[in-house]
Ligand binder design. Structure first.
Ligand code: SF4
Ligand code: MG
Length: 271
């Protein structure tokens, strides 16, 4: 029997606005399956986003949703989690929103290890605002604001999250649709800050400019660059050149922020 996505979609909200071939729809389906697999109840789940194409996602989902200011999803989500720690809080958004304009909020949410899941769709570009380069646009690649090639080194967003203190960090791609829901579900179950980076594709502002002939070409690239972290140990540095590790990249136990905060309140009130 076909999976029932409709039960999680806000009535009357489809069709979505994403361009043909955009990877965000694949990610949204993965998120829906993950929330279903975790048995999340709509009334106890908050989905938060900033601004951008990926940040339109909560508008389609029939949960408690908040579409906030550019780059501020992690800050609003932190407020929700602090006020209602019993809720499951999920952020979703793109690389420009989450890790460039919102980079400061992103790293500090990781540092605090607050219990939320952040689905970070990395399509290497600011899609909605016209294809400007972001902090994850690869060096030399073309964007509307770098028409002769991006001179900047780019962030490895998963490494950034690990370095900032996130206690669960995983990565997959829009090509690996069957892995997206499993990694998001693992992130939801993890107690602490969980980052799931999904390498995505924007055929409209990134693909055409960087000479991908079709969406199929972009998907082939995602397939080719991905190496499961479990397989990487058996590969040589030469074989790993230009590849990207996928799967669970980091997992650790560390005190969760809301619980630590509650202990301080209890101690002070007790005194
Ligand atoms: Fe997707 Fe790019 Fe279109 Fe935005 S501009 S909806 S990221 S394909
Ligand atoms: Mg983007």
């Amino acid at each position: 029997m076909a999976y029932d996505y409709e039960k999680s979609i806000r009535p009357g909200k489809l069709p979505h606005i994403w361009c043909p071939g955009c990877g965000h729809g694949i990610v949204m389906k993965g998120l829906i399956r993950a929330m279903d697999a975790c048995g999340l109840e709509k009334k106890n789940t908050a989905i938060v986003s900033g601004i951008g194409c990926a940040s339109r996602m909560p508008g389609y989902l029939d949960f408690n949703t908040l579409h906030t200011a550019h780059g501020r999803a992690a800050a609003f989500a932190t407020g929700i989690k602090m006020a209602k720690p019993e809720m499951t809080v999920i952020c979703c958004g793109g690389d420009g929103d989450g890790a460039a304009i919102g980079g400061n909020h992103f790293i500090h949410a990781c540092r605090r290890n607050i219990d939320m899941t952040y689905v970070l769709m990395n399509n290497y570009i600011y899609g909605m605002t016209g294809g400007q380069f972001s902090s994850s646009t690869p060096t030399g690649h073309l964007a509307s604001t770098t028409p002769y090639g991006n001179p900047d080194p780019c962030f490895d967003l998963a490494k950034l999250a690990i370095g900032a203190g996130a206690t669960f960090v995983a990565r997959t791609t829009a090509f690996h649709a069957n892995q997206i829901d499993k990694l998001i579900a693992e992130g939801i179950k993890h107690k602490g800050m969980a980052i799931i980076e999904v390498l995505d594709d924007c055929p409209t502002t990134y693909g055409r400019r960087n000479k991908f002939r079709s969406v199929v070409d972009m998907m082939k690239r995602l397939k080719e660059i991905a190496v499961p972290v479990t397989a990487a140990a058996k590969m040589t540095p030469e074989q790993l050149e230009g590849k990207t590790l996928t799967g669970v990249l980091h997992k650790e136990d560390r005190p969760e922020y809301c619980e630590s905060y509650a202990k301080i309140i209890a101690r002070v009130q007790g005194a």
